[in-house]
Design a protein around this ligand. Structure first.
Ligand SMILES: [Zn+2]
Length: 325
């Protein structure tokens, strides 16, 4: 009989622990199965519970519909030849390295090609992508920033390709909008971010309306795009030309988040394409919003969110996956 693993017991609390622990594929399979089917294995094709485990191949054989399935089916791991003994430590690194982890590091640490590591990281990022159903309330900071494209450091040919002729041009930069709720459900601040077309009012306001409860107090700088917030919110403005803090009126929570985000994008992800930026934003948001948890719990929660999601290589790149791994 196949015994379901209780994911909360004996789970590793260090990277070394994770690598050693999941090196045993039976343990790794039992771990993922325990998260996926906490009440017993069910066939993903017909929902039957009559599914004996085939130990030698680490698959289940459904007695009802006769189909076989592995623990990877219907998860971000589906169709991947990479064993869970590499996937799970990769997830550990992604969620627990403060500044993120690059595909080059993952490739070296886990013995896969850089291309494979890049693809793995994007699938893992999909798992931890924030799902936001509730609205922020109380005191909420709003701010925008610009990421990427330091034209000055770019090769002339690249500047030319991107249409940047002047060093200080905003071309190549992506505008990012952030919202921070000061005291969230667990008493700690939490953020949401989105890449936006520009910091003009028409691009900012829909995000505020979608994510902030009417009647909340919103804190912003003196950007004119925020002027109309008074209609639905208590609007506090800090004019950065005069001061950065005036009592409780400031956007320092978000400033702090921006500096973490930029450190990770500049330091670890040196060449983020604007097209993929939202994936890196989600990753930083995940680490920030779970920063009060232990590494082990953060990892467990991330692993519990790998199911019901898929990202194929062609979706990501428009190309077929290279054969080597
Ligand atoms: Zn079945």
């Amino acid at each position: 009989m196949y015994a379901l693993y209780m994911a909360t017991e004996n789970t590793p609390d260090t990277l070394l622990g994770a690598i050693t622990y999941f090196a045993d594929l039976d343990v790794a399979t039992a771990f993922v199965a325990g998260l996926r089917w906490p009440n017993g294995v069910r066939c993903p094709h017909c929902d039957s519970v009559d599914t004996p485990y085939v130990q030698s191949r680490r698959i289940w054989q459904c007695k009802n519909c006769r189909k076989q399935f592995s623990v990877k089916v219907g998860s971000i791991f589906e169709d991947s030849p990479i064993p869970l003994s590499k996937w799970l430590p990769a997830m550990w690194l992604l969620v627990n390295c403060k500044n993120g982890v690059s595909s080059y590091e993952i490739a070296r640490d886990l013995g896969v090609t850089q291309k494979t590591a890049w693809f793995m990281l994007h699938r893992l990022r999909l798992a931890i992508q924030a799902k936001s159903f509730d609205k922020f309330g109380g005191h909420v900071e709003l701010d925008e920033t610009f990421i990427g494209g330091k034209a000055r450091n770019m090769h002339y040919s690249k500047r030319k390709r991107m249409g940047i002729t002047q060093g200080k041009s905003m071309a190549g930069k992506v505008a990012v909008f952030g919202l921070l709720e000061r005291h969230g459900q667990d008493g700690h601040s939490r953020v949401r971010v989105a890449s936006i077309k520009s910091n003009k009012r028409r691009h900012l306001m829909p995000h505020v309306m979608d994510h902030v409860e009417r009647g909340s107090t919103v804190h912003t700088d003196s950007l004119t795009s925020y002027v109309s917030l008074e209609t639905d919110y208590t609007h506090k403005v800090i004019d950065h030309a005069e001061a950065y803090v005036d009592g409780e009126v400031h956007t320092n929570g978000l400033e702090n988040f921006w500096s973490l985000l930029k450190r990770s994008i500049r330091g670890t992800y040196v060449s983020v394409e604007p097209f993929h930026l939202f994936r890196y934003l989600d990753e930083q948001v995940y680490r920030f919003n779970s920063r009060k948890q232990s590494d082990g719990v953060r990892f467990l929660e991330a692993c519990a969110s790998v199911f019901g999601k898929r990202l194929t290589y062609s979706t990501l790149t428009g190309k077929d996956l290279p054969q080597s791994c």
